[in-house]
Design a protein around this ligand. Sequence first.
Ligand code: SF4
Length: 352
Amino acid sequence: MMEMKRIDIEEALDLYQNADLFDLGEMAHQARLQRSDPQVVTYIVDRNINYTNVCVTPCKFCAFYRTPANPEGYVLPDELIDAKIDELVALGGSQVLLQGGLHPTLPFSYYTSLIARLKEKYPSVNIHAFSPPEIVHFARISGLSIEEVLRELWDAGQRSIPGGGAEILVDRVRKKLAPTKCMSQEWLDVMETAHRIGYASSATMMFGHIETLPERIEHLAKLREVQDRTGGFTAFICWPIQSDNTPMRGMHVGPLEYLRTQALARVFLDNFAHIQSSWVTMGENIGQLALRFGADDMGGTMMEENVVSAASCTHRTNEQQLCRLAREIGFRPQRRNTFYDYLDQPEEVLCQ
Ligand code: SF4
C-alpha cells in the first residue's frame, strides 16, 4: 500500500469543503489502516475522577465548574478517591483520568502528594492526570516554571498527561471562550516540555462553536508540528461542543460534521498513530461509525464521567458493549493501557 503524501492547510480546507463525505471517510480509513493495526480496535478500561469542581477560570462552554464561593463546590476526600480506584481495580482497569477545576487555594504539594500516594497504593494503575490548563495553574500558584512543575510531578510518579483544555488552539477563540485560561502557546509548551521529559500525552479538539474552519485546521497544524518534533502524542480525539446548561446553549454539531472533521484530522495528522472515536459525546452508533472514518480506538469505558454529563450528555457503555461495537463493524476489540500496549482480556469479554 502506498504511503499517503502529507497534505498542507490549503489542501485540508479543500478536502473538508469539497470532498464527498464517504470519499473522505475512505481516505481516512486507508490512512488508519496504514498507521495502526488494521485488524484491531483498541479501548481502555478506565475511570474519570474529577477531584474538584471548584474553578477560578469560568469557561463559557463548561457546565461542570463551580465558583469558589458556590456551596456546591467540592474537593474529593482521599478515602473517596481510593474507593473509586478500588472499584476500577476490581474490574481490571489500568487508568484513572484525574482532572479537576483550577482550585484557588489547594497548594501544589496537594497534587504531588496525591500522585505519589496513588502511585504507591495502586502500582498497576496509571494516573493520567492534569491537563495543560491545570499544569499552567500549578505553575502560577507555586511560582515554579512549567518544566519544574512537570519534573516534580514526574518525580512523584506521574507518566502521562491528558490532552484536555485544548478546545481550539487559536488565541482569538480562546480569548472569547476562556480569557483567563492558558493560551495556545502555553498549552503547546506544556505538551512539548512534557514529551521531552518522557511523558506520553493525548491531544484533543473541541469544535463547532465560534471557530472558523481555517482555525480548526490551524489547530491541527499546531499539533502536527509538535508531534513532528517530539512524537509524544499517543492519540488525537475530537468532539463537538456540548452546550446544554452553559452560556453557549444552542450550539450544535450534527453527526455528519463530526465524521467529516474526524476523517480530515486522520488524513491531516499523518504523524499520529491513533485516533479515538468519541462515543461519549456522539453516542454508540456514531461512535461505531467513526471507526470507518479514521478512528482505531474507542477510548475508555469511563466508569464515571462528570464534565460532559454535566451538559446533559448521558451516553454510557461498558467493556462488553465497546467490544460488541468493534466486532459488529469488522474489528477485533483489544484492551490496552494508556501507552497503547495490549493487555489481556477476561474470558467473558472474549466470549461475547
Ligand atoms: S473547563 Fe476546566 S478550566 Fe474551564 S471552567 Fe470547566 S473546570 Fe474550569
